[in-house]
Design a protein around this ligand. Structure first.
Ligand SMILES: [Zn+2]
Length: 197
């Protein structure tokens, strides 16, 4: 939060994000932020109030993230981190891009903001699917798709490879469906966790 006043680099863009405090690679891509060579401010809102703001800039090898943060009542601290991209082989596109978590090195699609941005596993966010019908169902449907392909059941892990004999068209459809379900799940989870971040 804060720290957005002085020293803005030229060509500063802005993106308003209504979601929870996280950085979703798919969202950055859909907003065109990954193709921009300039800084973009991402601001989160919660109940009409700004709940957080960071600046990001995509470079060839990764994403630069800067912001100011402070512990409750503490001094402001400038944080500047560089999260490397990693790539996995993909079908038509040639390769798929991931964040490589700065703490554990896992490939992930979403970084979660606490003081720093790390993968779900590093923040120990547990799936609490069973109690919440709507997003819990989205999670198990997403996991069913993953199981079918013999891959990891964690929706933040890279989507499993296509199995032999499966048509690309079907694989792509499953992949799109899984992405949609995972997003539904993440939003539901964030809503449940509320102001934790
Ligand atoms: Zn991690």
């Amino acid at each position: 939060m804060g720290g957005m006043g002085s020293g803005r680099p030229p060509g500063f863009g802005a993106a308003r994000c209504e979601d929870y405090r996280s950085i979703d690679l798919a969202w950055l891509n859909s907003e065109g932020i990954l193709k921009r060579c300039t800084w973009t401010a991402i601001t989160w809102f919660h109940g009409g109030q700004t709940s957080g703001s960071i600046q990001v800039k995509a470079e060839e090898r990764g994403l630069r993230i800067t912001y100011r943060t402070r512990d409750w009542g503490g001094e402001w601290e400038d944080i500047s981190e560089f999260v490397h991209f990693s790539y996995s082989a993909a079908n038509f596109d040639g390769r798929r891009r991931w964040f490589r978590c700065l703490s554990c090195g896992r490939n992930c699609r979403i970084l979660y903001g606490g003081k720093v941005y790390r993968c779900r596993k590093c923040y120990g966010l547990k799936y609490r699917s069973q109690s919440e019908p709507s997003y819990g169902r989205a999670l198990s449907q997403a996991q069913n798709i993953r199981e079918k392909l013999g891959g990891s059941l964690c929706v933040d892990d890279p989507f499993p490879e296509k199995t032999k004999g499966m048509h690309w068209k079907i694989y792509r459809r499953l992949e799109a469906k899984e992405a949609e379900l995972a997003r539904h799940f993440n939003l539901g989870l964030a809503a449940q966790l509320g102001g934790v971040w």
